[in-house]
Design a protein around this ligand. Structure first.
Ligand code: CA
Length: 717
């Protein structure tokens, strides 16, 4: 095109016989066309393959290239077009309905004017970021892969990753898949665990320096030994793997770090797997070529059974620093030594340069489940400071000399029973915190629950069963330390003090985004997307999406226009109805009653969004000629918990929107018992996220039906 233009100009110069006026006019037109075509060129083709430099570039506001926007995971955008004065003009520019999706919890990515995201059953979509037009979608056919097998975990996923010309995502059933970013065609697919293992993936892979890192979940689903794996971004070949906990010493150790870790375990821990599964919390640090991995809790939770003589049980509940090229151990910091409460450290790991006592510290900021906010020197893993960001009853403080928590007597339910806060759902879970280098504050979704642990029913002979929920300690909701379930707080990582806090009636506010105009955005389970003043927490604007929000917002700028996008689709543990806080069941986000959507806002956006379905509350069906057999119902209750029915259909068979409420469903009725068997045993609804449980006997299926009918009939007696 450039050559053509030059030739044309040369042509004109030769034909000087034309009047100079015409010549100048035509030249102007040619220059204009040239400039316009350059602009089009820039808009339609690309900033080139994704590199670490691009992912680290905070000034690239037209894109959002990785999970936490930049490699530092700050979720801070310097964009200022939307500000506190005009935020009240923020309105939907376009929307994309996602009628077949359920829980949507992921962070979309934006590259070259296209937005990419992963939805339910791990379907990846590519959408024009200006208009919302669907460009391509890729279905990894998870149901076909599972194919009638038993399965654990969830059909939702928290995100995707990009490197080079590839887009990466992982599946529920354990595959890591690379797609061509532009075409959505599959480049490679690799298994990260055997399909028959009781593991699952809901996490976003982390791509860096030609590799892609992924872990898995599964500490509560039978004996499990957690690990992370890095694959070659171009070929999918395994580059390295690092186990989180040591295996059986008789079989030898994989590396010196495992040998060191084994000294912190007692008994025959390997028979329980040990746990540590890394299902979330991966950060790449280009400055030190290090990946930081947030590690999981013990398998089982109860340390008396897992490692009976105690010990720190490395590397549970830690930040592990690994060499990005080789996976070699560099250092670790353990937040909860000898964990026994499900206080994993899988939460986001955010990097920032903090000025502390006159010196710039290369810091990690981390707020794990256990309720303490940690600032760590990422050059060597040294603890700089740690303070409680929520009510903490298991430890009084973190001792700065030893870097260890000082536990409160009784916290380990030594006498069998103890009420502890935070709960196993954490004072903070996977809902992303953001950090603004302008305000110097971290914006942290916080949970306020307590749990009553009781392990009286468990002895040393206890063994976890694959594909069965097992923690070796019972837990029920304890009295909450606060009159509200959640809060959004601004935390100063330097002074380690709360700057402001907004209490929230329902727990589990979603991940946050903060911008260069000091606006802070957060979606809530109530369906509100709220903009706050990041400096003081004042609410400036809100939009009612008509359905609970569980995903974090992102922002990008195209053609001088600032966009804000968010997935609306109540999801995650809270929506699945097994978490604490009955509030989730009171929101009316019933399965199939409201439409899942991708919403994109601009100032003065004028899309007419169809109204959402009204809140729906389950109406249990009374089957008059059904006589509940209490023994069968009791057996059914155990099966319901062990087989993870509880994790989507809710505690006490009261659903919160991620799956049908079984009390009001016709399927468990006697006349449809054969269909019930097809769904529950044969897995004919696997495509909707309901895998089969092949080994259930006819009597066990009946037991489940009796439990469901017992719960359905409760309101009628
Ligand atoms: Ca756990």
């Amino acid at each position: 095109m450039v050559i053509q233009f030059i030739l044309k100009v040369l042509g004109f110069l030769v034909e000087r016989s034309v009047t100079s006026q015409i010549f100048v006019g035509m030249l102007k037109a040619q220059v204009l066309i040239f400039v316009l075509s350059l602009c089009c060129l820039k808009a339609s083709f690309a900033n080139g393959p994704v590199t670490d430099k691009a992912i680290s570039d905070s000034s690239n506001t037209s894109e959002w290239l990785s999970y936490g926007r930049n490699h530092n995971e700050q979720r801070y955008s310097p964009l200022t077009k939307i500000d506190s004065k005009n935020v009240n003009q923020l309105a939907v520019e376009w929307y994309l309905d996602l009628p077949n999706d359920v829980g949507l919890v992921s962070t979309p990515l934006v590259k070259d004017g296209v937005i990419y995201f992963i939805g339910t059953m791990n379907v990846v979509r590519s959408v024009d970021a200006r208009t919302g037009q669907l460009l391509w979608s890729y279905d990894p056919k998870v149901a076909e892969e599972i194919g009638g097998r038993k399965q654990v975990g969830w059909a939702h996923n928290r995100g995707i990753s990009m490197f080079g010309n590839n887009l990466f995502f992982a599946t529920w059933d354990g595959r890591l898949i690379a797609l061509d970013i532009k075409t959505g065609k599959r480049k490679w697919s690799t298994r990260t665990f055997h399909i028959d293992e009781p593991l699952y993936i809901t996490g976003a892979p982390k791509a860096f320096r030609g590799k892609v890192l992924i872990g898995n979940g599964g500490t509560e689903n039978g004996p499990s030994r957690g690990y992370v794996s890095a694959y070659d971004a171009e070929t999918g070949a395994l580059a390295w793997r690092f186990f989180i906990v040591p295996g059986d010493p008789k079989e030898g150790f994989e590396n010196a770090a495992m040998e060191m870790a084994a000294k912190t375990w007692t008994g025959e821990w390997w028979k329980h797997g040990g746990g540590g599964n890394s299902w979330h919390g991966f950060t790449y640090d280009p400055e030190f070529n290090t990946v930081y991995v947030g590690t999981g809790n013990g398998s089982p939770w109860n340390q008396k059974i897992r490692s009976p003589e105690g010990g720190d049980n490395l590397f549970l509940c830690s930040i592990l620093a690994l060499d990005a090229d080789t996976g070699e151990y560099k250092w670790h910091y353990q937040t909860t030594p000898g964990e026994t409460w499900d206080f994993n450290s899988n939460m986001d790991i955010v990097l920032a340069d903090l000025k502390i006592e006159g010196k710039v510290v290369k810091a990690i900021m981390h707020a794990p489940k256990n309720g303490f906010f940690y600032v760590i020197d990422r050059t060597d893993g040294r603890l700089i400071s740690a303070e409680a960001f929520a009510d903490v009853s298991w430890a009084s403080h973190v001792d700065m000399k030893t870097g260890r928590p000082v536990e409160i007597e009784g916290a380990r339910y030594e006498d069998g029973q103890q009420v502890i806060t935070p709960s196993p759902f954490g004072a903070h879970s996977w809902h992303a915190m953001s950090y603004s280098p302008r305000t110097g504050l971290v914006y942290l979704p916080t949970l306020h629950w307590a749990v009553d642990y009781d392990d009286a029913a468990y002895g040393e002979e206890w063994r976890g069963k694959p594909f069965a929920l097992g923690t070796a300690v019972d837990f029920v909701e304890g009295e909450s330390p606060r009159p509200y379930e959640g809060s959004l707080q601004a935390w100063d990582p330097i002074t380690q003090k709360q700057v402001w806090s907004n209490p929230q009636e329902t727990g589990w506010g979603a991940g946050t985004l903060v911008t260069g105009s000091d606006l802070l955005f957060q979606g809530l389970p109530t369906g509100k997307l709220v903009a706050y003043d990041a400096k003081n927490g004042e609410s400036l604007w809100s939009y009612d999406a008509g359905l609970g929000i569980s995903a974090p917002p992102i922002t990008y700028e195209l053609d001088g226009k600032q966009y804000l996008s968010i997935l609306v689709g109540f999801g995650g543990g809270y929506a699945s109805g097994f978490a604490f806080g009955a509030s989730a069941t009171k929101l009316g986000w019933a399965y199939g009653a409201q439409t899942r959507r991708l919403l994109t806002f601009t100032l003065g956006g004028s899309a007419k969004v169809p109204p959402q379905g009204r809140p729906v509350f389950a109406q249990p069906i009374f089957e008059s000629d059904f006589e509940v057999d209490s023994d069968l119902a009791t057996a059914g209750e155990t099966l319901y918990a062990e087989n993870f029915c509880v994790t989507c259909h809710g505690a006490n068979a009261i659903a919160s929107g991620m799956a049908p409420d079984l009390r009001s469903s016709a399927i468990p009725l006697s006349e449809l018992a054969p269909v019930f068997a097809q769904i529950v045993r044969e897995g004919i609804k696997t495509g909707r996220g309901m895998p089969g449980i092949p080994e259930l006997s006819d009597e066990e299926l009946e037991a489940l039906r009796h439990f469901i009918r017992m719960k359905a009939h409760e309101g009628f007696e």
